[in-house]
Design a protein around this ligand. Structure first.
Ligand code: NAI
Ligand code: MG
Length: 357
């Protein structure tokens, strides 16, 4: 079986970190006989410079043909002056909307080797391993009508619409139940069903779906409480599923519990399990070209790609184990040096993961 993976390095540190993930993916491809074919493409500022568009037709076409995409990051000061519609970020948004990548999966894992990076007490956060599943293409960020209007009183009013269809809730719910099934079998659905009708429907559909997943334990929590609980006792969670806006906020909160932006991968999936995988961080223009960026978030994104889009769990785990091993060996890029260890470059970190594989 042949599968294709599109590599989109993008801007800033993007090419440096994607090069390391590329080495790792090619190694497991060979080792596990995965039959992956690799394509390259331009996105973001790199695409603006070469083809005058953050998402050239050629890239979109390659993306449509691929089973999965591995993206570095886009953006940087060079393109900051451009109008909104022509900026590098439009490349990312264009891929999300054109491929209907409605399910955003963001794990927050605290590696025991990096325990002191967290701002929480070790006993509260050690061993943390949670997954936030955020709906990404609906909810209040996309609802119509929206805008700023003039009221009869002469005063202006800003307004947005919060809406979810049953289909939208059901499909994100399925992704979350499936993820929970592969992990600790606990799913917490976060809503505001005491105030918002949208989430009354959301809750009803999650309860309904639960009958298809009797092995997964479902609970519900109001979003304000969830925000508190994430800081108070984060280890009570396994998988959290929530809408676009609540997920935006809670996923950043959860990510920061681990304290290390260079370690956090993400996935965005559609209903065909096609996905775009990328680190949670940006293009880090302040350190671009210096060879010091942490490639592990991108390498761990490649592991998520193997798990969710290519369904190669064994290969995914091999990468995750290799990452854990290099941390055990005390190898650290500059961003994760808080506990000491041996300082390595981007490339040395990638090489160490290869060796551990
Ligand atoms: P950023 O995540 O790029 O950088 C924040 C800080 O974290 C910087 O000090 C950076 O050096 C550090 N950092 C980030 N990734 C790192 C890594 N792998 N290893 C070591 N240190 C790392 O966020 P910032 O500075 O707000 O944005 C910079 C640019 O990236 C902007 O143009 C922004 O629009 C873009 N961006 C792109 C994203 C994407 O492509 N998905 C997401 C967020 C920002
Ligand atoms: Mg955000």
């Amino acid at each position: 079986m042949s599968r294709s993976v599109l590599m989109l390095p993008g801007d800033g540190i993007g090419p440096e970190i994607v090069a390391e993930a590329d080495k790792v993916l090619k190694k497991v491809n060979e080792k596990f006989g995965l039959g992956i074919e690799f394509e390259q493409g331009l996105v973001g500022g790199a695409a603006i410079d070469a083809a005058d568009s953050p998402l050239p037709d050629e890239t979109l076409e390659k993306a449509r043909q691929s089973d999965a995409i591995l993206l570095g990051a886009v953006g940087g000061p060079k393109w900051d002056g451009l109008p909104m519609a022509k900026r590098p970020e439009k490349g990312l948004l264009g891929l999300r909307s054109n491929l209907e990548l409605f399910a955003n999966l963001r794990p927050a894992i605290l590696y025991p080797q990096l325990a002191s990076a967290s701002s929480l007490k070790p006993e509260v956060v050690s061993g943390l391993d949670i997954m936030i599943v955020r709906e990404l293409t609906g909810g209040i960020y996309f609802g119509q009508p929206r805008g700023v209007r003039q009221l009869e009183s002469g005063e202006r009013q800003g307004y947005n619409t919060y809406a979810y269809t049953e289909t939208e809730v059901r499909r994100i719910g399925r992704v979350a139940f499936e993820a929970a099934r592969q992990r600790g079998k606990k799913l917490c659905s976060v809503d505001k069903a005491n105030v918002l009708e949208v989430t009354v429907l959301w809750r009803e559909i999650m309860n309904d779906l639960q009958r298809e997943y009797p092995d997964v334990e479902l609970s519900h929590m109001y979003v304000d409480n969830a925000a508190m609980q994430l800081v108070k006792a984060p280890k009570q969670f396994d998988v959290i599923v929530t809408g676009n806006m609540f997920g935006d906020i809670l996923s950043d909160e959860a990510a920061m519990l681990t304290g290390s932006i260079g370690m956090l991968p993400s996935a965005s999936l559609n209903s065909e399990k096609q996905g775009m995988y990328e680190p949670c961080h940006g293009s880090a223009p302040d350190i671009a070209g210096k060879g010091i960026a942490n490639p592990l978030a991108t390498i761990l994104s490649a592991a998520m790609m193997l798990r969710y889009s290519l369904e190669e769990e064994e290969a995914a785990q091999a990468i995750e184990t290799a990452v854990s091993k290099v941390l055990d060996q005390g190898l650290r890029t500059a961003d994760i040096m808080a506990d000491g260890g041996r300082k390595v470059s981007t490339r040395e970190m990638g090489d160490a993961v290869l060796a551990a594989l």
